[in-house]
Ligand binder design. Structure first.
Ligand code: FE2
Length: 428
């Protein structure tokens, strides 16, 4: 999480527009029916609340840059949540009110004979259009409030298992039915001490009896010490042919300023060591082979490779060295952009597993229909993609970052079964 001037300007602009429109609307309503009760301190809230948020955002932005421990991230994510709890309903309220008000104003103003329409024929208690629409607005505004509340209370640990069966003509016979479980983006610092909730994810994974478990990066938000205490949780993961992992963009300590380069290096080494402590074999621009009977497949893992501002530490040429002639190859690469930029162009990896997008922790996923703002930011943001004989699977992450919530975009555990056959994907 890097302090971003764009995010600050965006937040100020968004808050200003929402508060300005609401203030105007509130005045109009008040003129129409003066309130018998007015909120203590009146207009004070209109100016002070946004000012408090803007000031806090600047302070957090500066603190995160110079943070030497993960605590500030945890406070920041709750700050973001409080902001969203206040401003999302406000935005939806005024948006609904303005849209319906304008639409009804144009459509219902006149009778067919040109006379101004009478809005109430006397059968119902009198309620002005403004008041009626403001009640619709209040109802609509309660929806993001309730959704976000669910996303914080339940959604962020409401694990979803996604099943895929992929067929490859070149899958060696001995590996027929190989079951891979993929997890991604744990962001342990955000999980803080929710060990109990994550134990449930471990139980779900083990119940699948996977052959391989692949973790595709972002173990931490920024600091190696975020991993302390998680050994006993992830140590319970079981896979017949091993548990493999890679680094993600958050694992390099790039999101804060370090007193010395040595301190930053020590932090990175701490993150690398943590993979081993938690039971994963880290593939850092390297590969290994798995042999069953006379058959062999390869698994390669690269360091983070993304488009700027994300780092390009990944060295696929190095990782692929020595496995060029293995008939079936699996690649772990954190950022799905890497697949289009290098993997499908110069390499013949049959299946690439990626993460990184989090599905922006917000969207819809219902009966095969998926939508998230993530799709406007990332070309490959969730699920399965295919180019020729190569597949990419993008996992939406098991943890969370920024807001401690997942709304309509639950934490994901991916199960992929491999089979031999004409290249295809089918439900498992
Ligand atoms: Fe991530």
């Amino acid at each position: 999480m890097r302090f971003s001037i764009e995010a600050l300007v965006g937040m100020i602009f968004f808050s200003f527009i929402v508060d300005y429109l609401l203030h105007k609307h509130y005045k109009e309503l008040k003129e129409e029916t003066p309130a018998t009760f007015s909120f203590p301190f009146g207009a004070f809230w209109h100016y002070s609340v946004p000012a408090i948020f803007v000031l806090s955002f600047i302070i957090f932005g500066l603190l995160i840059n110079f943070a030497a421990s993960p605590g500030v991230y945890v406070y920041f994510q709750w700050f973001i949540t409080v902001y969203l709890f206040i401003y999302l309903p406000k935005f939806i309220y005024i948006f609904t009110y303005k849209m319906t008000h304008n639409a009804i104003k144009v459509k219902n103003k006149f009778e067919p004979n040109g006379k101004i329409k009478k809005m109430n024929d006397g059968r119902y208690p009198k309620i002005s259009r403004k008041k009626f629409l403001s009640q619709i607005g209040i109802f609509m505004a309660s929806l993001p409030f309730v959704s976000l509340l669910f996303g914080v209370m339940k959604g962020r640990f409401n694990f979803s298992v996604k099943y895929n069966k992929l067929a490859f003509p070149n899958l060696p016979k001995a590996f027929e039915g190989l079951k891979i479980v993929q997890i991604s983006d744990l962001h342990l610092g955000s999980l803080n001490s929710n060990y109990y909730e994550m134990e449930e994810a471990i139980r779900i994974i083990n119940a699948e009896h996977p052959d391989l478990i692949c973790f595709t990066g972002d173990l931490v938000n920024n600091f190696a010490e975020e991993t302390i205490g998680w050994e006993s949780v992830f140590g319970k993961l079981q896979a017949k042919h091993g548990k493999y992992s890679i680094l993600g963009n958050h694992d390099y300590g790039d999101y804060s300023k370090w007193a010395t380069p040595q301190e930053k290096d020590a932090n990175l080494q701490g993150v690398k060591d943590a993979h081993q402590r938690l039971g994963f074999q880290l593939l850092n621009n390297e590969s290994l082979t798995l042999t069953k009977g006379n058959d062999t497949i390869a698994i390669a893992g690269v360091e983070n490779w993304g488009h700027p501002p994300f780092p390009q530490y990944g060295d696929l040429a190095k990782a692929t060295k020595g496995i060029e002639n293995i008939p079936f190859k699996l690649l772990l690469s954190h950022d799905p952009d890497h697949w289009d930029s290098e993997v499908t162009i110069d390499y013949d990896y049959d299946l690439t597993l990626a993460g990184h997008t989090h599905g922006m922790q917000f969207g819809f996923d219902y009966k095969g229909f998926q939508w998230s703002p993530a799709q406007y930011k990332f070309k490959r943001w969730s699920g399965l993609y295919r180019e020729g004989h190569q597949f990419l699977y993008v996992n939406r992450g098991l943890g969370f970052l920024g807001m401690p919530a997942r709304v309509g975009m639950p934490p994901e555990i991916t199960v992929i079964e491999l089979t031999q056959g004409a290249i295809s994907n089918e439900p498992m």
